[in-house]
Design a protein around this ligand. Structure first.
Ligand SMILES: Nc1ncnc2c1ncn2[C@@H]1O[C@H](COP(=O)(O)OP(=O)(O)O)[C@@H](O)[C@H]1O
Ligand SMILES: [Mg+2]
Length: 241
């Protein structure tokens, strides 16, 4: 079974066609990078797949389940583009709150809290209020929250924006470790160097998927030696066709 199946998906905000007839299949267990300029519809697409926005039309399934239902939600994790944590609560209480939403029991939570905080190397900050942490540390907590319940699919909306190169490397190590465990990762980015690390890239423009493939496939197809030039080439061809 594929992790994601989308056919003819549309989501408009009034006249703004944020997602405009998008087709996409993401196999299970890959790191999938959604690439595209600001306003191309990445966040809207991710929100539809996480049941946060209702699509106008088309088919969208996550883990074989239509997104209009909620039954798949405990099996996915979501890291929003804007950090959505409680500043006046401790790291522990933030994690506990989200674990509660996902229905984790006390024993599982205790185990997972230690695991995720160790993964992001912030175990010693457990009892600090969020407001005492740096921006990068909050980013790491946001990632920890999204995976506290061991989801099968992780949706990460620009998880490394504003993140320094060292921390980015930490994030990527986490992504590769999760992938080894069979987790599917769907992340949006507009960093081309980051896209290079994905198994499959989907290039978005104006609410549509304009190209898709492994980074090597895309480079070969366009005859370019870097993804930035490949993307510009694909956009240009899309505009003239
Ligand atoms: N809540 C909203 N109301 C109206 N327009 C929106 C809203 N959210 C996003 N948009 C518009 O939809 C388009 C796609 O936005 P978005 O999905 O955020 O793209 P991306 O994540 O690729 O930057 C943009 O034109 C944006 O301005
Ligand atoms: Mg966005």
């Amino acid at each position: 079974m594929n992790a994601i199946e989308i056919r003819g998906l549309k989501k408009y905000y009034g006249k703004v066609k944020a997602v405009d007839g998008l087709d996409l299949t993401v196999p299970t267990g890959v790191v999938f990078g959604l690439l595209g300029p600001n306003g191309s519809g990445k966040t809207t697409l991710i929100k539809v797949l996480c049941h946060l926005l209702k699509p106008d039309s088309g088919v969208a399934e996550v883990l074989g389940i239509p997104v209009k239902g909620r039954s798949y939600l405990p099996r996915i994790g979501y890291m929003p583009q804007e950090i959505a944590l409680y500043e006046d609560m401790t790291v522990h209480d933030n994690l506990k709150l989200f674990a509660g939403i996902y229905g984790l029991d006390r024993v599982t939570f205790k185990r997972r809290e230690k695991e995720v905080l160790t993964t992001i190397d912030l175990l010693e900050r457990k009892d600090f209020p969020l407001s005492d942490l740096s921006g990068g540390q909050k980013h790491r907590i946001s990632l920890a929250v999204s995976m506290i319940h061991e989801p099968e699919i992780l949706f990460l909306d620009e998880p490394t924006v504003g993140v320094d190169p060292l921390l980015r490397a930490v994030f990527w190590k986490n992504f590769h470790d999760l992938k080894k465990k069979g987790v599917t990762i769907i992340m949006s980015t507009h960093y081309m160097d980051e896209a290079r690390n994905c198994d499959i890239i989907g290039m978005m423009r104006a609410g549509k998927l304009i190209d898709e493939g492994s980074p090597d496939e895309i480079l070969k197809r366009t005859g370019k030696d870097n993804l930035e030039d490949a993307f510009l080439d694909i956009v240009k061809r899309g505009a003239s066709s």
